[in-house]
Design a protein around this ligand. Sequence first.
Ligand code: F6R
Length: 364
Amino acid sequence: EKGNYRHFMQKEIFEQPTVVGQTLGSYLRQSDGTVALPQFDFDLSSVKRITIVACGTSFYAGMVAKYWFEQFARVPVDIDVASEFRYRDPVLEDGGLALFISQSGETADTLAALRHCKEAGQTIAVVVNVPTSSMAREADLLLPTHAGPEIGVASTKAFTCQLAVLAALAANMAVKKGHMDRAEEQEVVRHLFEAPACLNAALGHDEDIEAMAPLIAPARDVLYLGRGPDYPLALEGALKLKEISYIHAEGYASGEMKHGPIALIDEDVPVIVLAPSGPLFEKTVSNMEEVRARGGQIVLISDAEGLAAAGEGCLATIEMPSVHPLIAPLVYAVPVQLLAYHVACVKGTDVDQPRNLAKSVTVE
Ligand code: F6R
């Protein structure tokens, strides 16, 4: 079943252009450049607040989506991990949309949060990869990802497909609320349809990442930095590395470095910087310079323009295609997945079945 791949995780990383394309194809119409959600009996224009609840990697997809819902649809978003949300007596106003994101559709804490929101009268939207799952059955608005079965315990293709669906949902809500006109909608659809080719281009750097993995494998600690929608990607990169290589890793918002974590920096702590060129690039690079000034070893992940501007003096660089900011979180998922994967291979850990982890967490 793994075909020519060594691990399911590797196979699933490489499936992303295809499955993201399939997922986009079911939410976007290329012919007229519009977003078309599945039929449901609910008026998205009436949503006053969105509450996003998920766990782990799915939670990070939700964090990216918060930027999109706020930027495009101008709807305030609350987001929490399910295990915290359930126990903090959240305020849920009438007319709220509660959005749950889950690969399996069975994660116990997320499912319990869903039931809590349902009882509190929220409309329940679910982004889920298993269409027969409990969450899918209990949703008012079911938004399937079409990633296909994900076998590797570390989530990869489900994440990028979740992002694809969430971008479509945010754009559709923006249209319904009158914050996005036809031309802007077409523009968003066009950029989203660029994602599969850009994912392919990112995968084209697999060998470069494999070649630099031995530089990271001996580290005891690794930091990941990003800003804006790339901040959740830093968190996701750190989670992937911890899960499968057992190296301690943390993701930080670049601007938070000087508020504490910079004290950790020395030449033994690699710092992975996610910085596509664009409006936040300069800010991230100045945070990167702060790290470098303290002897930090930087791995810069950026496009050709970004690497030309700031790649000098880095421990390593990973080149990404130049992409529109909307799809950067999908594309930059690839290098962080591949880096974790290759570091784990260097260390010889069990990539598909990491210790202490289960694919579906059905206990609270
Ligand atoms: C990380 C990972 C986990 C899951 C989390 C939620 O690679 O796989 O963090 O993302 O357990 O699972 P789902 O999405 O099935 O609710």
